[in-house]
Write a protein that binds this ligand. Sequence first.
Ligand code: PMP
Length: 427
Amino acid sequence: EPAPVPAQVPAQGLASRLDELRGEYAALQARGLRLDLTRGKPSAEQLDLSEALLALPGEGVHTSENGTDTRNYGGLAGLPELRGIFAELLGVPTEQLLAQGNASLTLMYDTVVQALLFGVPGSERPWSREEQITFVCPVPGYDRHFAVCEELGIRMVTVPMTSDGPDAEAVAELVATDPSIKGMWVVPTYGNPDGSVVSEAVARRLVSMPTAAPDFRIFWDNAYAVHHLTAHEAKSADAIALAEEAGHPDRVLMYASTSKITFAGSGVAFFASSPANVAWFTKHLGIRSIGPDKINHLRHAMFFGDAEGVRAHMRRHREILAPKFAAVTGILADRLGDLGVATWTEPAGGYFVSVDVTAGTASRVVQLAKEAGIALTPAGATFPYGRDPQDRNIRLAPTMPPLDEVRVAMDGVATCILLAAAEAAAG
Ligand code: PMP
């Protein structure tokens, strides 16, 4: 299972290897590397898979299946044929799925801002008129989710991740009694950064648990729904349908995008939820926009053809990405093995490997790596306010650099993890 478990106290033997490891690190520094494992961006090779998009829809092609001229204003919900393709992939009714601009993060931000300004269906008043708003943040998690909360003045409380997603019992306990808890972040499929997949049981618990706030919402960020790294293609729990079944039809807000399917900067983002939430979101959307970029929607619909077209496209991504992830976990296993200095996830999808190093050494590892020319995501980034209370977690993003660079960088990272552990053991 890919669950991170606490790193053990490093074996005493490591302290005696301090000189040897310092020598190894000096040799690493002497190589003058310039490598980057910081952000989950697709590589140029992956972007090339979608190069044909740049010639679509093509001059003279601008009419959608229902006769809409995509060049003009309107069509607030997005192009029906593209919504149909992603409704199938995300397991939601097409009428309950909106296709919008290039970033799902924008849709999440808009949702929170609109909830603060107007409240959501079921709210007694706008969230901003409450004395305090709190979101449950499973950790380790996605730094940009936490940044949205931080900027908008939303308090964050953490719960641990498990191999089946957020610790649902811990969440249920918090939301049962605290009416300030209005929201929760979840990355259900191949979580960022731990790669966990929310099980059906956890999904059922989260959508059915009693909440003190009548307008509690789960921000179900399905950013990696179709981003498999193995032949076993995990299917996301049907959270929206399960919530309806559980008598809380409006609890789940789902987000997704093609940022890691086609072009990270020019993809299409999606929002799905209950009819009431979709109507609420659309009402405010209609004030801020006359309609989305339907030409981009048409180009994507033509490029994929159907849902199977998306799945086939994702298998080509997998061919590029799987060896990089194998390199990361393989090198960690070879270099660190069972020395007790780190544990790490072996994700079956998504964009990250989550490493837990010896407690108290994550920032030292990142600093050592930086001084050897290997950029890592700052330690603490996977926690609210950038503060990892145990200074233990490091998020590795191996998708962007070429495979040979991933190998070199990871060998260097392993050296830094060992040296930091040896320093700690030596006191
Ligand atoms: N959610 C998660 C969990 C992500 O990892 C990312 C990208 N790093 C995003 C959302 C951003 O998606 P988008 O490009 O659609 O804004």
